[in-house]
Design a protein around this ligand. Structure first.
Ligand code: CTP
Length: 234
């Protein structure tokens, strides 16, 4: 299970991130444990209290989340990738704080057009896509999609590109849904194209609904593998 945002710093005081609070991922972790799963929760910076009983791996950047997730993935039955990974990171990370008076002096000397900080952003690794590439037989992968445009078409593209079994797509930029909201509304699509609309509900209720859809896939995969008893979720 991954949850929360990642932070991509360009100096010790500043970073690029997104408004994810981690609430959806934490709710999924708590619900999975309630159902008897052993849960590893890889989470970016969040103020939430970790669900008791989860193996907690705290990370900050997308690169750190990539390493932690790829390390855990081979040993788990179900991957739930709720984290809002920052897609871009600054190319250069200054070891010291970038000082405004230094930029001001440079601008005065004509060494810079103005006092702006120019950031070149490089893409971070797509963690879920890599897990999808290395997916083991019987593993179930659940991804998320945060969209402003065509929810269904974009979600389907991500489902296929990342080799997922299920995708939970929600809109961002609207009250009561997605980032920072206590509630969410989603369209869930499975690998056969079957769609389930989840109406506006708390993120805790949505965790129940998502696991209700994921668990039968796990049971089917378990049957193909001959059953393993304990379920592990990462
Ligand atoms: N994801 C990931 N690693 C990334 C970016 C996204 O593992 N570097 C995962 C998210 O955790 C989520 C899914 O991929 O489960 C979709 O994330 P989303 O931000 O909606 O889409 P992107 O694939 O980043 O595509 P885009 O930003 O173009 O919508």
């Amino acid at each position: 299970m991954t949850a929360g945002p990642t932070r991509e710093p360009f100096d010790p005081a500043r970073f690029i991130s997104n408004p994810s609070t981690g609430r959806m991922g934490y709710a999924l972790a708590a619900e999975a444990m309630r159902r008897g799963a052993e849960v590893t929760l890889i989470c970016g910076p969040t103020h939430l209290e970790a669900p008791p009983g989860a193996h907690l791996v705290r990370v900050t950047t997308a690169d750190e989340m990539f390493r932690a997730a790829l390390n855990q993935a081979p040993g788990v039955d179900l991957v739930l990738k709720a984290a809002a990974v920052a897609d871009y990171r600054p190319e250069v990370r200054s070891p010291g704080k970038i000082k405004k008076d230094v930029l001001r002096r440079k601008a005065r000397k004509g060494q810079g057009a103005d006092r702006a900080i120019l950031l070149r952003l490089l893409p971070t690794p797509d963690i879920l896509e890599e897990i999808g590439r290395r997916k083991k037989p019987g593993q179930v992968l659940v991804g998320f999609a945060a969209e402003t445009g065509d929810l269904e078409a974009n979600a389907l593209k991500k489902l296929r590109r990342k080799n997922l079994d299920l995708i939970v797509a929600n809109r961002i930029g609207q009250d009561g849904e997605g980032f920072e909201a206590g509630t969410n509304r989603a369209l869930v699509i499975d690998r056969h194209g079957k769609k389930t609309g989840l109406p506006l509900m708390t993120k805790e209720a949505m965790a129940v609904a998502v696991l209700d859809l994921a668990e039968p896939l796990l049971a089917a995969a378990d049957g193909r593998r001959g059953g393993r008893g304990t379920r592990t979720v990462s």
